[in-house]
Design a protein around this ligand. Structure first.
Ligand SMILES: CC(C)(COP(=O)(O)OP(=O)(O)OC[C@H]1O[C@@H](n2cnc3c(N)ncnc32)[C@H](O)[C@@H]1OP(=O)(O)O)[C@@H](O)C(=O)NCCC(=O)NCCS
Length: 165
């Protein structure tokens, strides 16, 4: 049974392993394994994860069954959009998907931003499973962009939003 709790620094190595494995399973078929390796070495380094953990006003959650970290979620308030929370990461290990862990992580995360009126995210257009998950949770497409993650990444994304009020 997995429980959702706030992450701590001692979880980060396991979170990194989860992210690397889940990224390869999700995106190798879309971007290729080399590109996934390159992205995940940067975005999911311990340094990057520590910075997320320390992010002021951020919420970094893990799903833990006492033995392993089965999923994680990270969200922040947007700097440049009023009353908007950004869902930056939501990942469940491939062996554990479709068992309600993503739903539990998201339910906790969306309750963490009382000042937000909308939650916003970016998702890869070919990631139909994630899009189905987000649609099932009330998100709708509002935009399309060409530099997901960091400016100049060249990674396309669908922008989705969900009202929180
Ligand atoms: C997307 C993801 C976070 C969903 O988490 P999960 O634990 O697998 O999903 P849940 O079991 O909580 O699913 C809840 C509901 O979402 C929908 N859903 C989830 N996965 C789905 C899929 N593959 N296809 C269609 N609908 C799906 C269903 O409505 C599901 O309810 P149901 O199982 O009763 O039908 C997870 O599959 C994942 O980590 N995928 C790989 C990484 C990824 O794409 N992350 C998002 C990046 S933007």
């Amino acid at each position: 049974m997995f429980f959702v709790r706030t992450a701590s620094e001692r979880d980060l190595q396991k979170v990194r392993t989860l992210l690397v494995e889940t990224w390869h399973a999700t995106y190798d078929g879309i971007y290729g394994a080399d590109k996934v390796q390159e992205i995940t070495e940067s975005w999911h380094s311990l340094v990057a994860l520590k910075a997320n953990l320390a992010h002021k006003g951020g919420e970094f959650l893990v799903a833990d069954d006492g033995k392993r970290i089965g999923g994680m979620a990270f969200g922040v308030m947007a700097d440049n959009m009023a009353k908007t929370a950004l869902l930056r990461q939501l990942y469940v290990h491939p062996e554990l998907q479709r068992q309600g862990i993503g739903r539990d992580l998201f339910a906790e995360l969306e309750s963490c931003f009382p000042d937000a009126e909308v939650m916003r995210l970016e998702v890869e257009p070919k990631n139909t499973a994630a899009i189905a998950f987000y649609e099932a949770h009330g998100f709708v497409e509002v935009d399309r962009i060409k530099d997901c993650g960091v400016v100049g990444s060249g990674i396309e994304a669908i922008v989705m939003e969900k009202p929180l009020v």
